[in-house]
Design a protein around this ligand. Structure first.
Ligand SMILES: Cc1cc2nc3c(=O)[nH]c(=O)nc-3n(C[C@H](O)[C@H](O)[C@H](O)COP(=O)(O)O)c2cc1C
Length: 339
């Protein structure tokens, strides 16, 4: 049996050596609170490149200081950030990985000093700050910040840009009627709630020709919230705008209970993939090779994203190859101990 998990995958001219993606994970390690890349990022990301991950997506990286989740988040709001990312990209590429970055704005989920912003002045929960309702000028500035972030990501040499539209951060807050109570052209109908994301994608595309991914939360887990069916419509619009892949996560726009089990979000990937005819990534409690292979063999997703399992085992691709009985290339220095 040839493992599909280890077959190359080409998306918009970029070929990944396998279907394994390192899911974006905040490291909260920009110790000087200035958004800059630190040694930890070099060690952490490069280890997964040595471990033969096909595509590594660098954690949520803020397009404005106010859009950070925490003061220690990575940032890309200044030209000064480019050099650090260039170095990081170079290190990952040296080991054959393709590289991506997740561009993000935390919206009402920012835990920062000072004012935070969101579509509506509603706090996420009683412990969090009440955000300021964004003006149309705030929205325009945010769209411009995503565009500039994308331009800097291109200069840093990333192969993929992923826009963070999930987990209850700013873009997700606009998409969901649970967090967006606006009465203007950015609230109300699905078209209006989608408008911020539409503008962000269009702006990013003026400076970025490479593969563009969007991460979504395809279920709000609330009776008045969005479901994967709603995300078929959004994904059709994204496809029309030239988005190449939907990275399908779920939840966190409100503090709802989520029943989790192995592969609990794969069904949403499948719904969007079948409903939209667009490439998707599946994520969420995918930990074994058999599980990952089943997902790609059954076309439930094109790529498999792993987060926590890659924290436990940075060489998970090697572990998975062994489990599936296939041999993958070792870093030259490790050949004597790889098989
Ligand atoms: C430490 C940590 C940090 C995370 N940071 C991000 C992030 O920056 N962006 C994002 O979209 N998801 C983030 N997530 C969610 C993961 O990307 C992933 O969707 C989630 O952990 C489920 O996958 P898993 O079961 O393989 O861990 C984070 C998860 C963890 C454990």
């Amino acid at each position: 049996m040839a493992a599909k998990l280890f077959s190359p995958y080409t998306i918009k001219g970029l070929t990944l050596k396998n279907r394994i993606v390192m899911s974006p994970m905040c490291m909260y390690s920009s110790h000087n609170e200035d958004g800059h890349v630190q040694n930890w990022h070099h060690t952490h990301y490069t280890s997964r490149a040595v471990g033969q991950v096909g595509l590594i997506i660098v954690e949520a990286t803020a397009v404005t200081p106010q859009g950070r989740i925490s003061p220690q988040d990575l940032g890309i709001w200044s030209d000064d950030h480019v050099e650090g990312f260039q170095e990081l990209v170079g290190l990952m590429k040296e080991h054959g990985a393709k590289t991506g970055i997740q561009l993000a704005h935390a919206g009402r989920k920012a835990v920062l000093e000072g004012e935070i912003i969101a579509p509506s002045a509603i706090a996420f929960n009683e412990k969090m700050k009440t955000p300021k309702e964004m003006t149309t000028a705030d929205i325009a500035e945010t769209v411009e910040a995503f565009k500039k972030g994308a331009d800097r990501a291109a200069k840093a040499g990333f192969d993929v840009i992923e826009i963070h539209g999930a987990h209850g951060y700013l873009i997700n807050e606009f998409l969901s009627p649970l967090s967006n109570k606006r009465n203007d052209e950015y609230g109300g109908s699905a078209e209006n709630r989608y408008r911020l994301l539409r503008e962000v994608i269009d702006a990013v595309k003026t400076v970025w020709n490479g593969p563009l991914f969007v991460r979504v939360s395809a279920h709000d887990y609330h009776e008045e919230g969005l479901t994967a069916e709603d995300y078929i419509t959004f994904s059709q619009w994204m496809k029309e705008q030239g988005v190449d892949l939907i990275d399908v996560s779920s939840g966190a726009v409100i503090p709802a209970h989520i029943h989790v089990y192995p592969g609990y979000q794969v069904k949403y990937s499948e719904t969007i993939k079948n409903g939209t005819d667009i490439a998707t990534g599946a994520v969420g409690l995918i930990t074994s090779a058999i599980q990952a292979e089943e997902i790609v063999q059954n076309d439930r997703a094109d790529l498999v994203f792993l987060a926590r399992e890659l924290l436990r085992d940075p060489y998970w691709p090697r572990t998975a190859a062994k489990d599936l009985g296939v041999t993958i290339e070792a870093p030259k220095q490790y050949e004597r101990g790889w098989i």
